[in-house]
Design a protein around this ligand. Sequence first.
Ligand SMILES: Nc1ncnc2c1ncn2[C@@H]1O[C@H](COP(=O)(O)OP(=O)(O)OP(=O)(O)O)[C@@H](O)[C@H]1O
Length: 630
Amino acid sequence: MTPFSVISTHGAMSTYFDQSILLCSQNYFRVHTRKTQSVATQSSSVSISSCGSLSLTSLGCYCCCKSKYESFCNNNKKIRSHINRSNGNNQTNSVKCETRDLKKRFSLRLRPRLRLLSRKLKRVSLRAILNDFGMYVRKNMRKLTLSTAISVVLGLCYLFLKLTSVPFPKVVPYSDLILNLQSGSVSKVLFEEGSRRIFYNTASPIPSASAEDELPPSDGLSESVSESVLKPEDVKTRPPMGMEMLRRFSSTKVSTPVWQFYTRKIDHDETFLLTLMREKGTIYSSAPQSTLTSVRNIMITILTLWIPLAPLMWLLYRQISTSNSPAKKRRPSNQTVNFDDVEGVDTAKTELMEIVLCLQGAINYNKLGAKLPRGVLLVGPPGTGKTLLARAVAGEAGVPFFTVSASEFVEMFVGRGAARIRDLFSIARKSAPSIIFIDELDAVGGKRGRSFNDERDQTLNQLLTEMDGFETDAKVIVIAATNRPEALDPALCRPGRFSRKVFVGEPDEEGRRKILAVHLRGVPLEEDPYLICNLVASLTQGFVGADLANIVNESALLAARRGGEAVAREDVMEAIERAKFGINGKQLTPSALKEELGKLFPWMPSLGLGKGNKTRETGLQGPLGYQTLS
Ligand SMILES: Nc1ncnc2c1ncn2[C@@H]1O[C@H](COP(=O)(O)OP(=O)(O)OP(=O)(O)O)[C@@H](O)[C@H]1O
């Protein structure tokens, strides 16, 4: 018996621990051993490397092992004596064990794998596979048809090339032709018309010519030549072209070329060559390239040039295709926003409400000879609710609303942006009365002629044309939003285009209170919402609607994090801190904040991070323009 196969009284642990320390904690223990051993518990087996540590995360397992360990300690003496007895065999056994371990580790474990595979296969039914396949085919019908068509075409091309393949003569230098002509060994010469190629045969027989290859080739070039050289009975006995092609294709032998040699003509040497041939009595002629060879050449060019280019062409097609334009993809969205959801921007709301009334027909502007404004430009800092206002207009008017970001019109190819604008306006006109909302107008509406970007200018020109081109009765209103009105081209802002400019500014304290009330509608609060709104509004000077929406959301998240049922004042206060100074675990005094920012942006002198610069430390304004709570 080997020391490693000694069975403890429980039959559970089968190892020897010479010196072991059992360290227990709540959910793990470690066993330190001197030698490599293995521990097997009733529930699990774990191998331990020398001086390694073992961690079992299961407390149950730990308890089990503990009892095993106690029984093991009782038997320790027995084991020790046994070990001493069989000390001689110790080394050989350890080697055996190691080999077994290695075998286990590197074995393919084929049997369990096969068992798993067979179990999986049993579960799979043929009908399910067929159903899946059918579904896949139905879903990808277009792709499959296209790929099948391409494969068929490529296959046919290959077949054609294979059938019409003609063995090519040996390429030799021009001097060889001259030498052969001078020695009188050249029997016939052919000049190919429209190229510099010269084919010739020598008097010596063509090596390894098979019976099949004695037939004249299907190549028209060779035909015309062979007709001049071959006997008329050869031409008569020639089989039909198709048959010949099939024979060529099915033949596995390497055929011999009709022309043995091929070389390229040297410029201005024709006179010498012709004189030499005449002197030696060589048969020479010229022939145009055969149609078959031309077709083959074209095909080879297509295959070698266009196939690698195909992915590029496909990408180009995708870019250019009008079916891919944003306007075609766009469906008018169903708006659920109305003017009640937008607060703190009352002037802008009043201006836009008038447009809604005009669209609904509540105001008869035609009676007084007035025209519906074609464009409304919403101007203001980010997050003040420009997009929200446009949505509210669409929601209130109950008309189709086409929203688009101006950057979608910025295209790589000249003319594509303009085409997209055209598409968008034509769709909007078809579903009039409707509203087009162009966000971040400055992306395409920047002043023209400032850069060499012709595409951008063309896109803007198209926008200007489209806004001019509205029929008077087509109720299509363009609402655009921008943070940088000064960057816009003056032509855009002239009356008749974006004639109405609405400033959407930062809300005042009352506005902030109202905005908070909107966003706190669905949020359970521990305190009176009015009090919270007042508190937050007073602490958030300079904040815009988006900031306030974010504060409400953050406070709800903080409340959820601490497991609260409702949002408490502390959550709101922490959310304000986060909105102002960002997330930071440290005490955020102005000086601490300055220090942190100094580490992050050491190159920014405007932060006033020099040791001597104490002027702003005591101020209310933070280093990056943040407002402190104090
Ligand atoms: N006046 C407001 N009333 C209610 N909520 C507002 C208001 N302003 C902004 N919000 C909130 O902020 C979010 C973002 O606002 P919005 O996208 O309209 O800003 P924007 O002015 O268009 O910003 P940008 O110029 O960056 O596009 C809105 O979805 C809304 O939740």
